[in-house]
Design a protein around this ligand. Structure first.
Ligand code: SAH
Ligand code: SF4
Length: 371
């Protein structure tokens, strides 16, 4: 199988060039062609020698996973369904937000891409349909970056923008920290000035709480962090997020504090899926305030997105508002996610079997998780 250059970090690419008798600057040159100009054909790389171009064409490719479906909603939300082989598909979702508030207090264009890291997931959170389907496989670094590569070049031409993707969230299918090496390589490329040049503050990883991997991430590639908490105490979290039995809340919060020391942002976002009658009472909101108190944080409430046979329900709007009010009155910055792109969801419903189920879920989760 040919080497897919999309998945090589700058360091790996420089070593690869050295092995092929080329200077390290060639790697940077090729990276700019691929990632910034969106070029996938070696023949178009006009400032690269013909001999090296031929050598590249003989042993390497530049390829995102094939697109099975590409849909745009009236609100501009766009999603791509990618074929990753053996009947599995993954999805990336783009949400343009026009001019949004930036960290400096100004306003600038924001376009966020939600990226998948695995097909399926081994962690079996009880309310997550990916988790119920079990684990299929890790995506390669090229398949992860390929989602951004494809989105950037497709959007760039349509929107007439150099950098249509300003933010990336690792919130698609899978647990990114369970595919550590490939996710870190992919994120390094997202951050690299010779590739996508996305700032660490605009790249967010969401995890269910793999504590040792979180510590490794802090050193290997600190980016903005979202943690899926979903319960105010261990007894309940043990049921909803089974990885809690291995890494309970106290350990997870300590890891968050260690992470913040090196993180680009001085807070963690805690995600909390609201499940009717399970974790949505006012008393549980008060307990949540006490639980998260050691960690500088924001809270992202996600009303549950039902799927067939889940056994859970989304709480009533009044219950969601009451839960949010308790957190806000305690001084916690709290947001409730809204759904966008309903028309795409409907279109997605036309897809078959497993593919339909998984991709609709990714779409909804992303929409409700944006920070
Ligand atoms: N595996 C990672 C990232 C992907 S899931 C994680 O768990 O954090 C992104 C978010 O969607 C997580 O907070 C996850 O708990 C949430 N989620 C999963 N299933 C959901 C559902 N049915 N409704 C609403 N949110 C859900
Ligand atoms: Fe995996 Fe995240 Fe779903 Fe849990 S919520 S099963 S960690 S994808």
């Amino acid at each position: 199988m040919s080497l897919n250059l999309l998945g090589l970090s700058r360091q790996q690419f420089e070593s690869w060039c050295a092995e092929h008798g080329e200077k390290p600057f060639r790697a940077r040159q090729l990276m700019r062609w691929m990632h910034q100009s969106g070029v996938g054909d070696f023949g178009l790389m006009s400032d690269v020698s013909k001999g090296f171009r031929e050598q590249l064409a003989a042993c390497a490719v530049i390829a995102a996973p094939p697109v099975l479906r590409d849909t745009t909603a009236p609100d501009g939300t766009r999603k791509w369904l990618f074929d990753v082989g053996t009947g599995n598909a993954i999805e990336a979702v783009y949400i343009p937000e026009g001019d949004a508030d930036d960290e400096e207090g100004g306003r600038r264009y924001r376009g966020t891409l939600c990226v998948s890291s695995q097909t399926g997931c081994a962690l079996e959170c009880s309310f997550c349909s990916t988790g119920r389907q079990g684990f299929n496989r890790n995506l390669t670094a090229a398949e992860i970056v390929g989602q951004l590569w494809h989105a950037s070049r497709s959007l760039g031409s349509v929107l007439g923008m150099d950098r249509p993707v300003t933010n990336v969230v690792m919130m698609g299918m899978g647990e990114p920290l369970a595919n550590f090496d490939n996710v870190v390589t992919a994120m390094q490329l997202m951050l690299d000035d010779h590739a996508y040049g996305i700032s660490r503050r605009r790249l967010t990883l969401s995890t269910s709480g793999l504590v040792p991997a979180l510590d490794r991430l802090r050193d290997a590639c600190p980016v903005a962090l979202a943690v899926s908490l979903h319960a105010p105490n261990d007894a309940l979290r043990d049921q909803l997020v089974p990885i809690n039995r291995k890494y309970p809340i106290r350990q997870l919060l300590d890891a968050c504090l260690r992470y913040i020391e090196k993180a680009p942002r001085d807070f963690v976002t805690f995600e909390y899926v609201l499940l009717a009658g399970v974790n949505d009472s006012v008393e549980q909101a008060r307990e949540l305030v006490r639980t998260v108190s050691p960690v500088p944080c924001k809270i992202n409430l996600i009303p549950f997105n039902p799927f067939p046979g889940s056994g859970y329900e989304r709480p009533a709007t009044t219950a969601i508002a009451a839960f949010r009010d308790v957190l806000q009155q305690a001084g916690l910055t709290t947001t409730v996610r809204k759904t966008r792109g309903d028309t795409i969801d409907a279109a997605c419903g036309q897809l078959a079997g497993q593919v339909r189920d998984r991709t609709r879920r990714v779409q909804r989760r992303f929409e409700e998780n944006r920070t």
